[in-house]
Write a protein that binds this ligand. Sequence first.
Ligand code: NAD
Length: 321
Amino acid sequence: MANTGEKVLVIGACGQLGSELTLELRNIYGGDNVIAADISTPKQAELRDSGPFEEVDVLNKQVLKDLASKYNFKHIYQLAAVLSATGEKKPKFAWQLNMEGLFNILDLALEQKVASVYWPSSIAVFGPNTPRRHTPQHTVMDPNTVYGISKQAGERWCEYYFLKHGLDVRSLRYPGLIGYKALPGGGTTDYAVDIYHKALAGETFECFLSEHTYLPMMYMPDAIKATIDLMQAPADAVKVRSSYNLSAMSFSPAEIAKAIQQHIPDFNITYNPDYRQQIADSWPQSIDDSAAQQDWGWKPAYDLNAMTKDMLLNLRKMQLV
Ligand code: NAD
């Protein structure tokens, strides 16, 4: 995706990822060239004021067509989805939104001759029989959550549209994303955001996962950088057309608590695992992302300590505003 003045549509722009990705895309491509779209309206003034916003339901094909006529966008980021924990509470709806939302965008992209589509997958595509450490790019995938099943099916369809229709679809399997600008939207790794808020509020954090549950995680600036690097890579460098493994760090609740205690020594954590423990237990502990490294030069910048320092610094600044 070169900087040619072509318009970009971001669906799900008000979410945890979308609110940061939209701002970075506007920095690169210009505010007026990046259309933020979501079923709910933006809460952050920065997002509201930096470019166009459209209230859009990704399940409404006519509205999507009208939007294409209005803006003639050439690139689409389709981020709207039901996440893992919420998906287990509303399985049929999660399947409907995650699959139909993707199909609507893939078909719109073909009809409107869109140049590229970005659609995020997740480590949730893996399941209990997947090797849990350094999970390879190509391996056993038997997800047992609705979210994971929808992401795995989505990956297959992305590759199918690339192979059968030549559509330039690109995708990353994000680990748990951690950021300070927006709250997470109902995933199994949300604890790793909430814990910072509780620590700064001087409260004990009750974790819904057990002490030694290791999961792959990533700080939001790395996730944004990976997304933009992948989308800016030359098409022939993008060899994986289902979705790339992507990795930055892996830690347990006990380890993130320890990292926070280096800054806030009185901070306390307790453990009370709920239904999300079972989801976490079916996911990898760490990811092998050598394909992303080789194909388009992926390299993360943040580890647990660097992220913790930056999260606490920025959340403190936000408290002062
Ligand atoms: P989120 O829940 O914070 O945001 C999703 C956004 O989509 C929300 O603003 C919501 O209002 C919007 N939306 C919901 N239904 C819609 C509809 N019908 N039409 C238009 N917009 C709609 O999620 P997120 O964390 O920002 O995740 C974005 C994407 O990244 C998702 O596809 C998710 O599966 C993927 N992902 C996220 C993580 C993570 O840790 N956050 C990890 C792996 C993958």
